[in-house]
Each structure stands twice: as structure tokens, then as C-alpha cells.
Design a protein around this ligand. Structure first.
Ligand SMILES: O=c1ccn([C@H]2C[C@H](O)[C@@H](CO)O2)c(=O)[nH]1
Ligand SMILES: [Zn+2]
Length: 129
């Protein structure tokens, strides 16, 4: 897995963030099992609630193109370390507990976690079987 390249894509995606209300820009890059990368940025709304995070934008793009198997997601935002919010953690969890979450400050500085570490004792698809 080329983590540095995934972080680079997240940094590029951050430039497209539409965040006129919070002024907080976030980018994400999602790696599929077949090596494809789907990027996303946060998209805010004047009525606030419809706001979608960068991570979920990337997941929506990928799933709507038929992807279901994800290896890793890189995230970068305007704070030094931008971690995925609870809603995004749950959304990533839908597709696996072993997905690697890369929280990046820059192309060369990033921290790595598994989704399971960020969302322990989670509820997922298996619970409904
Ligand atoms: O991990 C995160 C955290 C926040 N945001 C967005 C949502 C909102 O547009 C702005 C401020 O919360 O940042 C993300 O996209 N991802
Ligand atoms: Zn989120």
C-alpha cells in the first residue's frame, strides 16, 4: 500500500472542500482492494444539517460506483490532526473493522490506526444476521 500517495490524494482533495460556514477544510482518500482511489471533501450547507464530511463523500462516491472492499482511508484537515467524527467512523465500520485509518498532518507526517481501534465494541452488519 502506498500510504504516502494516499495522503497526497487526501491533501489534494482538501483543496475542493466547500466549507463557507465553518471555514474548516477536510480531504479524504479511500483505497479499494483493487487499487483504486476515491477522494472526497467536506460539503457544507446553509441549512447546516445536510453537511457531509470528506470521509463520507469518498465512501459515497466509491459505493455508488460499485465498490465495497476498502483497505484504507487517509484523512487530512485544518487542525493539526483531524480524526474522523463518530458518524464517519460508523460509516467506515459498515465496510470492515480492519480498514486502516490514516490521519495525516502532511505528506510525511501521519498516524495509522485500524477502524477497530477508533471504534471499539462496535455495532455492524454482523449484528443483524
Ligand atoms: O473528520 C472530519 C471532521 C470534520 N469534517 C467537516 C464537517 C464540517 O464541514 C467541518 C467542521 O466540522 O469539517 C470532516 O469532513 N471530517
Ligand atoms: Zn464525519
Amino acid at each position: 500500500m502506498d500510504k504516502k500517495n494516499l495522503v497526497k490524494k487526501a491533501l489534494e482533495a482538501k483543496k475542493n472542500a466547500y466549507a463557507p460556514y465553518s471555514g474548516f477544510h477536510v480531504g479524504a482518500a479511500l483505497l479499494t482492494d483493487n487499487g483504486k482511489i476515491y477522494t472526497g471533501c467536506n460539503i457544507e450547507s446553509a441549512s447546516y444539517t445536510p453537511t457531509i464530511c470528506a470521509e463520507r463523500t469518498a465512501i459515497c462516491k466509491a459505493v455508488s460506483e460499485g465498490e465495497r472492499k476498502f483497505i484504507a482511508i487517509a484523512i487530512t484537515g485544518d487542525s493539526e490532526w483531524t480524526y474522523p467524527c463518530g458518524v464517519c467512523r460508523q460509516t467506515i465500520r459498515e465496510f470492515g473493522e480492519d480498514i486502516v485509518v490514516i490521519v495525516a498532518k502532511s505528506e510525511d507526517e501521519y498516524k495509522e490506526y485500524t477502524l477497530k481501534e477508533l471504534l471499539p465494541h462496535s455495532f455492524g452488519p454482523e449484528n443483524l444476521k
